[in-house]
Design a protein around this ligand. Structure first.
Ligand code: PLP
Length: 422
């Protein structure tokens, strides 16, 4: 343990780590572990999509011409294909264009302007509104709240979802209108919300009658091991608890097919879907149904979808293993940091001792290694402990991930030694 070293041992050890750091920097590498983007080989897995639907194959199962306007809710065959993943009947699913983030954004803007089923007035007419934000969390969720003046209240994650005692207490405030949840392989902690957590979220008393869970199931099929973990169906849990309209569920094929040209989904209760479609049909005469058709032709059915996700796993799992192996090899038993071993999702979350995360990012940058800025996983970009780091190994090649992980581990050790010497 670094903390147990005598002053002279710490100095000798620090000199060794500094030499390792200088050697790493001298390699002049340019590495980027900042964003959870699919790698080109993953996008190649969906190359077949680009030729579809060819040969004048542009008719839907119902015989409609997918090239034309219309079909705001999305093709029934697409809704059927993703019904299992979304945990909703095809009637309660809306297919959007390529970004679920856009559907989340629109849902918040429409709630602000119009309210949601159960609202007494539009959210923007309240004197103040707030969202609960499990931390560490997804920076783009927080950016939507910041953009529209929704106050964010951080709530700690526990390893099996948010601290529910805190959530239940905070949700009693009528200003709290919603909560961000990434319930499966959470970004970035990779945790799974437990059944108990989901039941409590579904059943808790809320001060706002129109409280919504923004249930971003972005990593619903994104397993990194052979175990395809399942979590409780939130729509059913909310209905069973007498709160049928509580959950807005989102997902997309961004990390299944093409990140810039996939399909996004909204799933919820009948009333919420009706509400969503009433707004969406003012915004568009219909989504890109050729892309929907192309996805059905390419993936075929749920078995085809799962088999496709297995191919992603084969490419991604070695990269995640490279990160955790490098951290273990350099930092194991040192007490300088803790990290997760994700079984799904796109990130490795690392917790440094308080006050060291931003130093790691700076050291890494000076050595040619880009990391997501410290604080990004917290509302307003401010981690009060300056401890959390999010590593994203999906995009770089495996050899780059190996080099980057070695470099990150060295930077973490050096930051820990510096903190101990301060
Ligand atoms: N939600 C989470 C939790 C994410 O991590 C990401 C991308 O990293 C997204 C949503 C983006 O989804 P989409 O591409 O469907 O907009």
């Amino acid at each position: 343990m670094i903390a147990d070293l005598s002053a002279s041992d710490l100095e000798a050890y620090g000199a060794r780590i500094r030499a390792d750091y200088d050697a790493f920097r001298a390699r002049g590498l340019k590495l980027d572990m900042t964003r959870g983007k699919p790698a080109p080989e993953q996008l190649d897995l969906a190359e077949g999509l680009l030729a579809l639907p060819g040969n004048r194959d542009h008719f839907t199962e119902a015989g409609d011409d997918a090239r034309n306007y219309g079909g705001v809710q999305g093709l029934p065959e697409v809704r059927k294909l993703f019904s299992g993943a979304l945990g909703a009947s095809p009637a309660n699913i809306v297919v959007g264009d390529n970004a679920s983030l856009a559907m989340m954004h629109d849902s918040i803007v429409w709630a602000l302007l119009k309210g949601v089923p159960g609202s007494e007035r539009p959210w923007s007419k309240e004197s103040e509104i707030a969202f609960l934000c499990p931390v560490p969390g997804y920076d783009r969720h927080f950016a939507i709240c910041e953009e529209y003046g929704v106050r964010m209240i951080p709530v700690p994650l526990t390893g099996h979802g948010p601290d529910m005692d805190k959530v239940e207490e905070l949700a009693r405030d009528p200003a709290v209108k919603g909560m961000w949840c990434v319930p499966k392989y959470s970004n970035p902690s990779a945790e799974l919300y437990s059944d108990e957590t989901i039941r409590r979220l579904a059943a808790m008393k809320t001060g706002a009658p129109d409280f919504r869970l923004f249930w971003d199931n972005a990593y619903v099929l994104h397993h990194l091991t052979e175990t395809r973990h399942e979590i409780l169906n939130v729509i059913d849990a909310c209905a069973a608890a007498g709160n049928p309209d509580r959950a807005f569920v989102f997902a997309s094929t961004s990390k299944m097919t093409l990140a810039g040209a996939g399909l996004a989904f909204f799933a919820s209760s009948e009333a919420n879907v009706k509400w969503y479609l009433a707004r969406a049909s003012k915004r568009t005469i219909g989504p890109d149904k050729l892309n929907q058709l192309r996805h059905v032709r390419f993936l075929k059915d749920e078995a085809g979808l799962l088999a496709h996700m297995d191919k992603h796993r084969a490419l991604l799992a070695p990269k995640f293993a490279a990160v955790t192996e490098a951290l273990e090899a350099r930092l194991g038993g040192q007490g300088a940091a803790s990290w997760i071993k994700p079984e799904g999702g796109y990130f490795v979350s690392v917790d440094m001792t308080t006050g060291s995360a931003s130093r790691v990012v700076t050291l890494a940058k000076e050595a040619g290694l880009l990391l997501t800025g410290a604080g990004a996983t917290w509302p307003y970009g401010k981690d009060p402990h300056d401890a959390n780091l999010r590593l994203a190994p999906s995009f770089p090649s495996l050899s780059d991930v190996k080099a980057a992980s070695e470099g990150i581990a060295i930077c973490m050790l050096l930051a820990a030694v510096e903190a101990e010497q301060a």
